[in-house]
Design a protein around this ligand. Structure first.
Ligand code: SF4
Ligand code: SF4
Length: 283
């Protein structure tokens, strides 16, 4: 048994064979194919953290606005782990980002769109500390790219589609999901607060930046000015820091130094806050 993050780009019948990077596929997608854009008219695109940053870059708006304008929330699994999907047009499964010419964000299109018709399967075998990445092939009737005379390995296809960078940026996020899933039943249902934190650290870097900049955060964590400036000035560096922060808070993997006495001070503040709330309700 294994924990998996199947990431098929669309709701599709998967050929359930696990493939590796060297596996050979026959596929080519190009503007002359008879089904051009058919896949974007049936879009069911799950987004990753790096996808949100690429869309932010494309539109020149905040991550908070990307989330509000172009995504819908969904639960990634039975525990309620929060995920996001690209919005489709009202009452139709047509991707909101498709226009007459095709994909309006092509240079910054999401990982799942780049991968299609290959699906990424991140998984962890039971009792194994190591994550594994495999692939699967999605074959849908409307997709005629499989009939094209073009053989290549999945590794070559990944390179051609530029997904290596996406996988590298999302690598630790997949680790967090797999670890959270595998520890789930043992520690009970995750709290709403932990899911809210997961959502912010995964998808909303501009809100996370404000969180890191706030006095409350800097009272607890020991981060020198240079390091802090790097996090505050670059979304991609901040994203990596967000994954470290998640691992520390969710799994106790301490890589960010906590200031001496910070826990005690935080506890004292909480007690004080509760006491004030009690006085208010007793009045
Ligand atoms: S983002 Fe672009 S490639 Fe992906 S489904 Fe939408 S239109 Fe198609
Ligand atoms: S070949 Fe497949 S991936 Fe390419 S446009 Fe057609 S349906 Fe989409």
């Amino acid at each position: 048994m294994s924990q998996e993050i199947p990431q098929p780009p669309h709701e599709s019948p998967l050929i359930p064979e696990l493939l590796n990077n060297d596996a050979s596929i026959q596929f080519r997608c190009h503007k002359g194919v008879s089904c051009y854009n058919a896949c974007c008219k049936l879009a069911d695109i799950t987004l990753t953290p790096y996808d949100v940053l690429r869309l932010k870059k494309h539109f020149g708006i905040s991550t908070t606005d990307v989330l509000a304008k172009y995504t819908v929330p969904f639960e990634m699994d039975a525990s309620g782990m929060p995920g996001i999907k690209l919005k489709t047009q009202d009452e139709e499964p047509v991707c909101l980002l498709m226009n007459k010419e095709g994909c309006s964000v092509y240079e910054n299109r999401p990982s799942a769109c780049r991968y299609y018709p290959v699906g990424l399967m991140a998984m962890r075998k039971k009792d194994s500390p190591v994550d594994e990445h495999h692939y699967c092939l999605v074959k849908e009737d409307h997709c005629k790219g499989h009939d094209e005379d073009n053989k290549l390995t999945i590794g070559q296809y990944r390179k051609e589609q530029g997904v290596e960078e996406y996988d590298e940026m999302n690598r630790e996020w997949y680790q967090v999901i797999l670890k959270k899933r595998s520890s789930g039943p043992a520690i009970g249902k995750p709290s709403t607060k932990s899911f809210q934190l997961f959502f912010m650290c995964s998808y909303d870097m501009d809100r996370f930046r404000e969180f890191v900049r706030a006095e409350g955060f800097q009272d607890i964590f020991e981060i020198d000015d240079d390091e802090m400036n790097r996090y505050l000035s670059d979304d991609y560096t901040l994203l990596k820091f967000a994954f470290r922060f998640l691992k520390q808070v969710l799994f106790g993997e301490a890589t960010i130094t906590v200031k001496e006495g910070a826990e005690e001070r935080r506890l004292a503040q909480r007690v004080e806050l509760r006491a004030k709330q009690k006085v208010r309700t007793d009045r």
